[in-house]
Ligand binder design. Sequence first.
Ligand code: ZN
Ligand code: ZN
Length: 214
Amino acid sequence: MKVILVPVTPFQQNCSIVICEATRRAAVVDPGGDIDRIIAEVDRQDVKVEKIFLTHGHLDHCGGAHALAQHYGIHIEGPHREDAFWIDQLPAQTQRFGFADAQAFTPDRWLDNGDTIRFGDESLDVYFCPGHTPGHVVFVSAKHRLAFVGDVLFAGSIGRTDFPRGNHDQLIRSIRDKLWPLGDDITFVPGHGPASTFGDERRTNPFVGDGVAA
Ligand SMILES: [Zn+2]
Ligand SMILES: [Zn+2]
């Protein structure tokens, strides 16, 4: 499995093109906008995009999802249905933040903890990790020791919880109870900024490291 990061939107959100190298099929995680750049990178990689996967309903993560799904004629999977209220607000949010127009949509499949999402010969496990938003999900490849965590966890930080229906304690529990047990060697791609590993964050993260009181 190969991952190509395409930073999109004025928030420099890490859109990921995830490629199954055996079949040259791909999925796009969190196409928040700038879909022309995503499409150009897909063309450069010469892969066929099969699915769009969304971690949560924020504008910078799903603002380009509907247009990209239309472009390729493919389905949108995720996030969890508790984030429907965020997706419904996309048109208003794009105006507020001066983003390119984004359409609201209904995902073809809402996801829940324990679900599996597939593209090519690859699959990712779905973990429900609310707190930053109430319907946030994380995608994990145990085989490749890789996770796409959206805005749950960052290198040296954690997601904001000052949005409507954000919950700091719930976010901390999501990270400690759902992510840490997956293993210190898991590399994660966050929604913003550089990749890191769960082990490095357990050692050094000032919000959710092992030495930090709950
Ligand atoms: Zn977010
Ligand atoms: Zn974000």
